[in-house]
Design a protein around this ligand. Structure first.
Ligand code: CTP
Length: 403
């Protein structure tokens, strides 16, 4: 695999040389692009000697960025499939340039021309990291689906202690490999449920919840990108349908149950990301209920537990559930995994600012049938979706190996 290693001008630039080696150990061909200030920290010759490839520096040599890019496209393989752009260290300046689409030197120009996955390993002084400008830039870049690795916390070169140190090179190299969109779900049918359900009270009112469907839709998009046939059973949401995904629109828990069961046979992986209502109104009023001075009591009956029903007849299909919690995340996720016979439960704290319901980002804990738990750090829902599938596929291999 060809990787473009973009090196920014920070003290951590020397670690980028180790990253080049870590990538080469993973059978990557490394093409280095350095900003002008990066060359103040490390000589281009270091990377040229390590990688055996010509290094592109940040200078345009008096030519326009477009002319440099045009003449170099072949060399750095910008447009080639399955390539990754990894920027380490990603300085505050580079993050700002990427966010705003500046193309005033080679690396930021390359960023704009690059269509593949992008991995960023930020490194900077803690105050620069904490600054609202940097944090806003990071949010934009994460929303574009770029994978962030680090920064770690610790002693910084500037003498302070806090977040800002570039992540370990092995972690960055692993993220580069994970970012390549392998077609590892081709031949599979992935059945996903997403969004809330609506339980009618009368013809104009219903009981529902705050689920936006974003996580389930991100999972559908990720599965389709990895080559799966995707059937998305969706409660009422306001989201565009991801390309290539078949949608079955439903409203109530009962309708969702029937749609899921109807598509179960063909599915090899089932992801129950929907926030299903636990109760429905016992008798839906045929006409609009009229207001009176008296107290109104609604009788509610439990809805079918779709995840548990699928768990009871899933065979060797991989079943992934969700647990939306406000406390005791891991214990509750584990309990749901066991009682509903899921292979993995994605635990989601839904009372934190910026993640969970309605948010564009998420931060989840995976509880696996194998006994492991994995923490997925805050990232765009698209990125989290890919990481969920990475773990799910690994889990399935481990479970099959055991049999
Ligand atoms: N689920 C389901 N059918 C239901 C309720 C939940 O299939 N009637 C699924 C959800 O899609 C999710 C998992 O079960 O994958 C857990 O949902 P959650 O709402 O977190 O838990 P509940 O089972 O409803 O338990 P509790 O209300 O005690 O948290």
């Amino acid at each position: 695999m060809n990787v473009v290693l973009g090196v920014g001008g920070g003290i951590a630039a020397y670690k980028a040389a180790e990253l080049a080696r870590a990538l080469m150990r993973r059978n990557c061909v490394v093409n280095t692009v350095m900003t002008a200030s990066a060359t103040e920290f490390v000589q281009p010759l270091t990377f040229a000697a390590l990688t055996g490839r010509k290094v592109i520096t940040g200078l345009f040599d008096g030519r326009s960025p477009e002319a440099v890019l045009a003449s170099s496209v072949e060399h750095i393989g910008v447009a080639r499939e399955n390539e990754v752009l990894v920027v380490a260290p990603a300085t505050a300046d580079l993050l700002a340039k990427f966010t705003h689409g500046l193309a005033d030197e080679f690396l930021s120009t390359l960023y704009l021309a690059f269509a593949g996955p992008v991995v960023l390993a930020p490194a900077m002084n803690t105050n620069m990291w904490d600054h609202p400008a940097t944090q806003a830039n990071l949010a934009t870049l994460r929303a574009r689906g770029h994978r962030m690795v680090g920064p770690d916390s610790g002693d910084l070169a500037c003498g302070t202690v806090g977040p800002g140190r570039m992540a370990e090179v092995e972690a960055i190299a692993d993220a580069v490999l994970a970012a390549t969109r392998r077609q590892d779900l081709s031949g599979e049918t992935v059945l996903i449920s997403a969004g809330p359900t609506q339980e009618a009270i009368d013809p104009v009112r219903y009981i529902s919840n705050r689920s936006s469907g974003k996580m389930g839709y991100a999972l559908a998009e990720a599965a389709a990108a990895r080559g799966a046939r995707v059937v998305l059973v969706s409660g009422p949401v306001n989201l565009p349908v991801p390309a290539g995904v078949e949608v079955v629109a439903v409203r109530s828990a009962r309708e969702m149950r029937d749609a899921v069961m109807a598509h179960l046979e063909a599915a090899t992986v089932i992801v129950k990301a929907a926030a299903v209502a636990d109760y429905h109104v016992t008798e839906i009023a045929p006409q609009k209920l009229k207001k009176t001075a008296a107290r109104l009591t609604l009788d509610l009956d439990p809805t079918p537990d779709i995840l548990a029903e699928v768990g009871a007849c899933k065979g060797d299909r991989l079943l992934i559930g969700f647990a939306a919690e406000t406390q005791n995340l891991v214990a509750e996720a584990r309990r749901k995994m066991t009682t509903k016979n899921a292979d993995m439960v994605v635990g989601n704290l839904v009372n934190q600012a910026g993640t969970g319901f309605e948010a564009d980002e998420n931060e989840v804990t995976l509880v696996l049938r194998s006994g492991e738990t994995h923490q997925i750090a805050r990232a765009s829902k698209r990125d989290v979706a890919h990481q969920i599938f990475d773990h799910a596929l690994r889990l399935r291999l481990a479970l099959h190996a055991k049999q």
